[in-house]
Design a protein around this ligand. Structure first.
Ligand SMILES: Nc1ncnc2c1ncn2[C@@H]1O[C@H](COP(=O)(O)OP(=O)(O)OP(=O)(O)O)[C@@H](O)[C@H]1O
Length: 350
């Protein structure tokens, strides 16, 4: 069965911002689905329409077979939703927070304590169950948040940027946990700004840019859009003339394969290729032999920016907008707070 079916949805905020434009999604039961996009791309707005918090301006949505508009209560009862903002109460202990969620979801009293213990174990907070949540680290709070979203054992879980702002260790623990619930059969809808996260977890990914889906496929499909790893070469005195000469040296090195793309960057040249890691050292040697002063080089995996660039290069129309979006990525929090749809969209709200 299809777990989430969104058909040509649109959402225009009261101030005229078209945050979601003609988005369609069909997510089968049991899938781990990633919704990837930069700050402001439209991820939160989309997720809020799916979980019945915002009414789409156009389009139809069913979740678990229920219509979000006419059967919103059934939708809400059959899903778990972890918002970007924490929903836990800092004054309550971990156990009390989960107990409160059990009460809210109407879990029968006889089952509550066992359910709470299972969840505390699953999110690895059993040892600190009696501590008040305000003393927890960011990662612990997020894990507690997930536990509270899952007390009613929903078949579908929506996670809105669950790991933004966490350190790698805390992030890895959450990933482990998401994998476990998905392996147990839960359909997961995850939004993220990080290609690596989507790559680690998701069966399938859709990339959203300015409210529209611009790419969809498995992580491998998306990476192949980029065409491999990226070797960034920095040159001393990277005038356009120096960079053009370096580019020629690289092109004539005999080391490049058909899949290679060369781009001129501010510091020098970037080389994208499935074999970037292997050919990197030889390219540097070739440049030095031609008297270029290479001041740095670094081979990295493709990022969300690279995927966007690869996508936008194809149709050539979005490059400027993409740059503007990705520049804001370093401060996710400020954008999140400023753009919370709950604050200002009376018309769009249910
Ligand atoms: N309440 C609102 N009123 C008007 N415009 C809004 C509102 N909330 C969000 N927007 C705008 O809608 C667009 C999509 O925002 P949205 O929060 O859905 O993006 P996002 O991909 O989830 O980004 P983030 O990572 O910051 O949460 C942005 O241009 C944003 O500024």
């Amino acid at each position: 069965m299809t777990a989430i079916d969104a058909d040509h949805i649109e959402l225009v905020y009261a101030d005229g911002t078209a945050a979601v434009k003609d988005v369609s999604l069909e997510i089968p039961e049991g899938e781990f689905f990633g919704f990837l996009g930069a700050n402001g791309a439209g991820k939160t707005t989309t997720i809020k329409t799916l979980v019945t918090l915002l009414k789409p301006t156009a389009g139809e949505i069913t979740v678990n077979g229920f219509d979000v508009e006419t059967e919103s209560r059934s939708v809400r009862e059959s899903i778990g939703y972890m918002a970007q903002e924490t929903s836990i109460d800092g004054e309550l202990t971990a156990r009390e927070n989960i107990r409160f969620a059990c009460e809210a979801y109407g879990i029968p009293k006889a089952k509550r304590e066992e359910r709470i213990d299972t969840l505390l174990d699953l999110v690895d907070l059993a040892d600190v169950a009696g501590k008040v949540a305000k003393e927890f680290s960011g990662g612990m709070k997020k894990r507690l948040d997930v536990a509270t979203a899952l007390v009613h054992q929903p078949p579908i879980v929506f996670l809105d940027e669950p790991t933004t702002g966490l350190d790698p260790k805390a992030r890895n623990r959450l990933w482990e946990y998401f994998r476990t619930i998905n392996e147990q059969g839960t359909t997961v809808f995850l939004t993220t700004q990080y290609l690596e996260e989507a790559d680690q977890l998701c069966d399938r990914i859709a990339v959203i840019l300015d409210g529209e889906i611009v790419a969809e496929g498995s992580p491998a499909d998306l990476k192949s859009t980029v065409g491999g790893d990226v070797l960034e070469i920095a040159l001393d005195d990277p005038t356009s003339e120096t960079r053009a000469r370096a580019r020629t040296v690289i092109q004539e090195s005999g080391l490049l394969e058909d899949d290679t793309t060369l781009e001129t960057t501010e510091e020098g040249i970037s080389v994208t290729s499935a074999r970037a890691r292997q050919i990197g050292p030889d390219l540097i040697v070739a440049l030095r032999e031609h008297n270029f002063d290479v001041t740095g080089f670094d081979t990295r995996s493709p990022t969300l920016d690279d995927v966007f660039l690869a996508i936008t290069d194809d149709d050539g129309t979005r490059t400027t907008e993409t740059t503007a979006e990705t520049e804001t990525e370093s401060d996710p929090q400020s954008e999140t707070n400023a753009g919370d749809p709950d604050d200002s969209t009376v018309e769009a709200e249910r």
